[in-house]
Design a protein around this ligand. Structure first.
Ligand SMILES: Cc1cc2nc3c(=O)[nH]c(=O)nc-3n(C[C@H](O)[C@H](O)[C@H](O)COP(=O)(O)O)c2cc1C
Length: 298
């Protein structure tokens, strides 16, 4: 492992984002890198990617954590990536839960794929954005996560521009637990196929147009799901009519997830800053301990 690297002239950020959290983080990081005079290109894997690797550029891979791993879209991207001997990479996982077990192993598979393609991962980071599955965070916590994002990406940009090498610790059993994440991959197509479309659907086709897997088609003005769903939840949360409901794992999804609404609230200058005591109270318990650590830098 190298102990430092030269300040990159160019960074290429490749990201996938199901419901917008990783997209926000990737754009904020791009701005922070540009602010440090690093040319930055953003490539989204939500549609057809136009990515062409640039020799000497730092490759930054960003993704939402799915069942303690990277989404399959990231695996597919890396499988198709051209070999680049001596390339440097940074891997940034965006989770809902933070750097707690088993999330600490969430970057392993990506780092392994990158290694096979000749890239050495010189930098790892974990960002936390509001959870979009199972646990709905209190609004004050979601706002605090959005509010702290510029500071967090500024730190990453400062590290990358000063050649800081950072590899994060993996807890002992997390590698093993992360492998169980494969069950989520197997179950996701079923999640899509069992999706219910109610009468509120106006057939606008937004779900079909935005599905990152091309998994939704419109038939007689109604969405029909094929068998390539990865459970990113984009269609459910994006639907203007809220017409899509899971046929299975219904309670994993909640009505109130809306990052754009929260961001708007922040932009309008929401003064409701939570102090550290309130954050401590709202993040009690193991499941929120990664969020607490992230927000309070414990
Ligand atoms: C299918 C699925 C699995 C998830 N698994 C995890 C997980 O293992 N650990 C975690 O902390 N968050 C998990 N999350 C939450 C997301 O990682 C988190 O909300 C993230 O910010 C979403 O990013 P996005 O808006 O770019 O899609 C999961 C979300 C989904 C949809």
């Amino acid at each position: 492992m190298v102990s430092s690297y030269e300040k990159p002239k160019t960074a290429q950020i490749v990201y996938f984002s199901g419901t917008g959290g990783t997209k926000m983080a990737a754009s904020a990081l791009a701005d922070a890198l540009i602010g440090r005079e690093i040319t930055c290109e953003l490539f989204s894997l939500n549609g057809k990617s136009s990515f062409v690797g640039e020799s000497g550029a730092l490759l930054i891979v960003m993704f939402p954590v799915y069942a303690f791993n990277a989404p399959v879209i990231i695996d597919d991207f890396l499988a198709a990536l051209a070999f680049s001997a001596g390339g440097s990479a940074a891997v940034i996982a965006v989770s809902g839960g933070g750097e707690v077990s088993p999330n600490t192993a969430s970057r392993c598979r990506t780092i392994g794929h990158l290694r096979k393609k000749g890239f050495q991962t010189v930098y790892e980071a974990g960002l936390v954005m509001p959870s979009n599955l199972i646990m709905e965070y209190p609004e004050a916590i979601s706002l605090a996560l959005l509010r702290i994002l510029p500071e967090k990406v500024e730190q990453i940009a400062a590290d990358l521009s000063s050649g800081t090498v950072k590899r994060l610790k993996i807890h002992v059993f997390d590698r093993f637990l992360a492998r169980l994440g494969v069950l989520e991959k197997r179950g996701s197509p079923d999640f899509g196929k069992k999706m219910k479309v109610d009468d509120a659907c106006k057939g606008c086709g937004l779900c079909a147009a935005k599905c990152p897997r091309g998994n939704i088609a419109l038939k007689n003005g109604r969405p029909v799901f094929k068998d390539r769903c990865i459970m990113c939840l984009g269609c459910i949360y994006r639907c203007p009519q809220k017409a899509l409901t899971p046929g299975i794992l219904k309670s994993f999804v909640f009505a109130g997830y809306d990052l754009n609404f929260l961001q708007k609230k922040l932009d309008e200058g929401s003064q409701e800053h939570s102090d550290s005591e309130e954050i401590k109270t709202l993040t009690k318990g193991y499941l929120m301990s990664g969020v607490r650590k992230y927000l309070l830098e414990e």
